[in-house]
Design a protein around this ligand. Structure first.
Ligand SMILES: NC(=O)c1ccc[n+]([C@@H]2O[C@H](COP(=O)([O-])OP(=O)(O)OC[C@H]3O[C@@H](n4cnc5c(N)ncnc54)[C@H](O)[C@@H]3O)[C@@H](O)[C@H]2O)c1
Length: 257
């Protein structure tokens, strides 16, 4: 394989939106460093490497600074450069404020916001040295609408949007673009877990809660992860060369209602 192929780092790449994103970048000729706390990320990296440009699986907790530093070092050792960073790894927390343990609150912030900060911190010197690059950070419709039992989660996503806006201005003179994306409901293990919690709490059957959540989208369905990956890919590509500091809602009309 040619070493001129561009390189993307995708966090939370073992499953869901991150896995679809890693797959799409790879199908479009990228070498991809797939980062996840789950070891399954190595299997996906091997699968992608078998049919496309070389990929690297990196088991890493995005909230652990030394692990993030090491993941970036390993990516550079394997591929020599980084062109795109997709900060997608995240966890949801579905609970009423008074039921949330403060340690768990801080942990969710450390993963969602801290992980985004840490990967930016260690990848930016590479992009700045090249005077080129794109970062896409994962926010959520939860940063735009009030959702019962999603206060902490929504706050992390709002923080990611604010972080992305400010960083876009901070690195604009280095020719680096920073945007965020806010999906509505996407059919992934995270959302299905979310629905199970709500179903348990309300006593409503899973399918009924699912139908209610589908109704938030104008097309009355959830997105396929690849429909989100396509927008991430666009934002990272030169086709989005005049886009920085923006949050792109991919929510099928939820906020427009
Ligand atoms: N599914 C949705 O409806 C939806 C909507 C809006 C935003 N999002 C966001 O999209 C992103 C991906 O979500 P998803 O739905 O694919 O969820 P998912 O749970 O299916 O995938 C998330 C991935 O992140 C990984 N991860 C979690 N904690 C980690 C950590 N500390 N270090 C490294 N990896 C870690 C998980 O192992 C998993 O592979 C998340 O940031 C989520 O908040 C999801």
């Amino acid at each position: 394989m040619s070493k001129t192929e561009p390189v993307a780092v995708v966090t939370g790449a073992a499953r869901g939106i991150g896995a679809a994103t890693a797959r799409l970048f790879n199908q479009n000729g990228y070498r991809v460093a797939l980062v996840d706390i789950l070891p399954e990320v190595n299997e996906l990296a091997a699968e992608l490497s078998a049919s496309g440009p070389e990929c690297l699986g990196l088991v890493c907790d995005v909230s652990d600074e030394s692990a993030v530093k090491s993941a970036v070092t390993q990516t550079l050792a394997a591929f020599g450069t980084i062109d795109v960073l997709v900060n997608n790894a995240g966890v949801v927390l579905v609970a009423a404020v008074e039921d949330i343990n403060y340690e768990r609150f801080k942990q969710v912030f450390n993963i969602n916001v801290g992980g985004t900060f840490l990967f930016c911190k260690y990848v930016l010197p590479v992009l700045k040295a090249k005077r080129e690059g794109a970062i896409v950070n994962m926010a959520s419709v939860s940063a735009h609408v009030g959702q019962i039992d999603h206060s902490t989660y929504g706050a992390t996503k709002g923080a990611i949007m604010a972080f992305s806006r400010a960083l876009a201005w901070e690195v604009a003179n280095d020719n680096i673009r920073v945007n965020s994306i806010s999906p509505g409901s996407v059919d992934t293990p995270m959302l299905r877990g979310d629905i199970e919690i709500e179903s348990g709490k309300t006593g409503l059957p899973f399918e009924q809660v699912k139908t209610l959540r589908e109704a938030e989208q104008a097309f009355k369905r959830w997105a396929d992860p690849m429909e989100i990956a396509e927008v991430i890919y666009f934002l990272a590509s030169s086709k989005a060369s005049f886009m920085t500091g923006v949050d792109v809602l991919v929510d099928c009309g939820w906020v427009a209602k």
